[in-house]
Design a protein around this ligand. Structure first.
Ligand code: GLU
Length: 264
């Protein structure tokens, strides 16, 4: 009996020791390196930033993600990235519940979001604009006060329309595809969204135009969880974005996906 108790004690203390001396790192950068994998929240409906063509995920944000994975993990093909598709409504929850490590998803920095997530330096600047069918009578934000506007729920556009055309009838959808369908089916008179993504829509579809006015500046940045856990990762990401800027890599990605930077 004594022997059994002794054996149990030895097992228990060795278990405890293993637990106590566990080398599980606390900071996210080390964790990513240890598991040799990074989980990135990305869009799949926002051409030319994150979209699917012939079964392949591609776009500006996808190239940024691959460049980041190469820097952090020496990943030359992007195979060490697990992409999780996010929407503007879901992405902050996905990040703060640790479903993803970082978000690279046309996400603008703004004061409200900065209360709940952290951002790197920006890697792209877009501006909100209106998309209308050719021949539309909509010619300004004010003219929307008596009309119906489509927006994507959870985006900065949702807030802008409430401020600049408070009497407009707003119809919100979760995805860009659903919002574009509203316009195609004449259920809205215009869509307010980032010019960068509206541009992706008119690349493929004839009969629509982006009006010249820009209502905001949208600084796209990589989002991280707040706190000590992500400090070293944020520093590394900022160094990498700076390198991408200095080396011309960021410009090459822009030219590849948005060859006509003057969107009108
Ligand atoms: N950049 C805008 C935002 O962060 C809209 C783009 C989007 O995320 O869909 O809300």
């Amino acid at each position: 009996m004594k022997k059994v108790i002794l054996l149990l004690l030895i097992c228990f203390s060795s278990l405890c020791l293993t637990g106590c001396t566990s080398k599980e790192p606390k900071d996210l950068l080390s964790k990513i390196k240890l598991k040799n994998k990074i989980v990135i929240g990305i869009k799949n409906d926002s051409k030319p930033f994150g979209y699917i063509e012939n079964g392949e995920l591609k776009g500006f944000d996808v190239d940024i993600a691959k460049s980041v994975s190469r820097r952090l993990l020496g990943d030359t093909t992007g195979e060490l990235i697990e992409f999780i598709y996010v929407t503007p409504e879901s992405r902050i929850i996905d990040l703060n519940s640790s479903k993803v490590d970082i978000i690279i998803a046309t996400m603008s920095v703004n004061a409200n979001r900065s209360h709940v997530v952290d951002f790197t330096a920006p890697y792209f600047v877009a501006g909100q604009a209106l998309l209308v069918p050719d021949g539309s009578k909509v010619n300004s934000m004010e003219s929307l006060n008596t009309r119906r506007v489509g927006i994507i729920l959870g985006t900065t556009g949702e807030r802008t329309i409430r401020q600049l055309a408070p009497n407009a009838t707003i119809i919100g959808k979760k995805t860009y595809d659903d919002t574009f369908n509203l316009l195609k089916e004449s259920k809205v008179d215009a869509i307010l969204a980032d010019d960068s993504i509206l541009y992706g829509f008119i690349m493929d579809k004839k009969g629509y135009k982006i009006l010249p006015a820009r209502y905001t500046k949208e600084y796209y940045a990589i989002a991280l969880r707040k706190g000590k856990e992500t400090e070293s990762l944020k520093e590394e990401l900022n160094k990498h974005l700076d390198y991408m800027q200095q080396s011309g890599r960021l410009n090459r990605i822009k030219e590849k996906w948005i060859p006509n930077l003057h969107i009108n």
